[in-house]
Design a protein around this ligand. Structure first.
Ligand code: NHR
Ligand code: GAR
Length: 214
């Protein structure tokens, strides 16, 4: 069975959705860059090793990245999952985990890379918004897309109501993408494309690719 390491910075609801999904993999560890990340408690309560690699003590981004990689490598995971992880990772780090480093970003990429995506979608007058699971590459929020889900933007939406609608879809597509990976059905090809093999169920509107029936 494959194993994964989940990196969090805060609440950890995507991590929880993954733990609740009964994925056919071992969660070897949850690592946070902040000691007060709520996701750490949730992981510990489930008996999963939860570790802090604080970015605050490091003089440079590179030295933080190296400490983080050392902790990850102790667990020798097949896949590293960024779940609300809020530190930009350097090129050396990203190359080390090429093809086995995944992120969920709260927008329909390539729209709105970076931060404050819900505010920016509202300000832009978007009628449709959503989330994207992608393989991480050195260029921020620019890696090959694995899955996306779209939600409507309603006229009376606030940043909070829109974020909640998107988050509910994150909790659907992220465990699904990890499932595909640990089942050996998903990979990043040499030429930087996403390859997904096997069955997906007939299209659910605005979820691409559609999840498997389970
Ligand atoms: N690293 C690389 N190289 N490439 C990506 O695609 C990455 C990444 C690291 C994190 C998640 C990303 C997101 O989904 C992610 C993707 C943090 C920031 C950011 O500006 C931006 C994007 C993402 C994560 N972080 C600030 C920084 O200085 C700190 C902000 C804070 O602590 O609140 O690192 O959106
Ligand atoms: C999620 O919406 C995730 O997409 C987003 O932060 C939230 C984390 O929630 N990620 C980013 O903005 C990355 N920069 P969670 O901690 O409850 O999973």
């Amino acid at each position: 069975m494959q194993s994964i390491v989940i990196l969090v910075s805060g609440r950890g609801s995507n991590m929880e959705a993954m733990l609740a999904a009964g994925l056919p993999c071992r969660v070897a560890a949850v690592i946070a860059n902040k000691a007060d990340a709520k996701g750490l408690e949730t992981a510990r309560a489930r008996g999963i090793p939860a570790v802090v690699v604080a970015h605050a003590g490091h003089a440079s981004r590179q030295s933080f990245d190296a400490a983080l990689a050392a902790e990850i490598d102790r667990h020798a995971p097949d896949l590293v999952v960024l779940a609300g992880f809020m530190r930009i990772l350097g090129e050396d780090f990203v190359r080390r985990y090429q093809g086995r480093l995944m992120n969920i970003h709260p927008s329909l990429l390539p729209a709105f890379p970076g931060l404050h995506t819900h505010r920016r979608a509202l300000d832009a007058g978007c009628r449709v918004h959503g989330c994207t699971v992608h393989f991480v590459t050195p260029a921020l929020d620019n890696g090959p897309i694995i899955a996306q889900a779209a939600v409507p933007v309603r006229p009376d939406d606030s940043e909070e109501t829109l974020a909640a609608r998107v988050l509910a879809q994150e909790h659907v597509i992220y465990p699904q993408a990890v499932r595909w990976f640990v089942e050996g059905r998903l990979r990043l090809t040499e030429d930087g494309r996403v390859r997904l093999s096997g069955e997906q169920t007939a299209a659910a509107a605005l979820l691409s690719p559609p999840p498997d029936a389970r």
